[in-house]
Design a protein around this ligand. Sequence first.
Ligand code: DQA
Length: 151
Amino acid sequence: MNSENKASEKTILILSGPNLNLLGERDPQMYGDQTLDQHIELAERTASQHGITVEHLQSNHEGELVDAIHQAREKHAAIIINPGAFTHYAWAIHDALQTFDGPVIELHLSNPAAREPWRHTSVVAPVASGTIAGFGGHGYQIAVDAVSELL
Ligand code: DQA
């Protein structure tokens, strides 16, 4: 399928990496008290205003995220990914995203650049159309708006 067909379908894949299933309980000072489901609901509401449908997968396993990116090549117009800690070292995710034709948005709740030095490297950023970081849950809305502009 070419990218024109994919764009006309207007479905996007949101991928959530490890430990994001614990949002709401995990370090609320850093990540807020909202759950991942609440963030995805915001993304879905925003997407529907743009006539876009969202699919979401959370996984704690790198290979599962790689498989989902491969499947997205035939199915989705864009990917929004919060890779969690995989951001900083998962080159298999970098390589998989590089094979994807459409827009890729890297999304973080916190601002990794303002945290520990090991979080300053992103292996996803070089294959992303752009990065949204540090806006908490509002980032999900910003990311979907950005995708809508890019499609
Ligand atoms: C995160 C930032 C990463 O450094 C961290 O490992 C996460 C969450 C964020 O959304 O701020 O798990 O991706």
